[in-house]
Structure formats: C-alpha cells, structure tokens
Design a protein around this ligand. Structure first.
Ligand code: FES
Length: 70
C-alpha cells in the first residue's frame, strides 16, 4: 500500500510540490488535472495560473523604503 502514497513536499516560502499526477478540486468544485511528474501548487496566492505555481512567489514585493522584502 505504501507505493500508492504520493510524496508531498512543503517548501519554505514557495509552492507545495506533489509528486505524480494530481487531480485538484477548486473551491467552486471545478477540477484541474496535472499529469506532470511533479506539480507545484501555489501557496502564496500570487500565481496567475492558480492552483499552480508560476514562480510569482520569487518576485520582489514593493515595500516601504528600508523595509525588508517578505
Ligand atoms: S507559490 Fe509560487 S507563485 Fe505562489
């Protein structure tokens, strides 16, 4: 049964990485499929391809002068 388990990696400041094909159910009930070997799911909320990560989490966020970027 262990071979049926998917590996899910929670990254520090980026996406959640799901190994293997996934079927993602959205809040409105629609389903989105990915057949990629590894699917990156956006956790920052800035992706334009949600639920998938588009690397927008890497972009700098404007802050006040002298303030650290998140
Ligand atoms: S986690 Fe990468 S765009 Fe949101």
């Amino acid at each position: 049964m262990a071979e049926d388990r998917r590996r899910v990696v929670v990254t520090g400041e980026g996406p959640i990485l799901v190994h293997g094909p996934v079927d993602v159910e959205m809040p409105d009930g629609t389903r989105v499929q990915s057949d990629r070997a590894v699917t990156a799911l956006c956790m920052c909320g800035r992706s334009r391809r949600r639920p998938f990560c588009d690397t927008s989490h890497r972009r700098r966020v404007r802050g006040k002068e002298g303030e650290e970027d998140p």
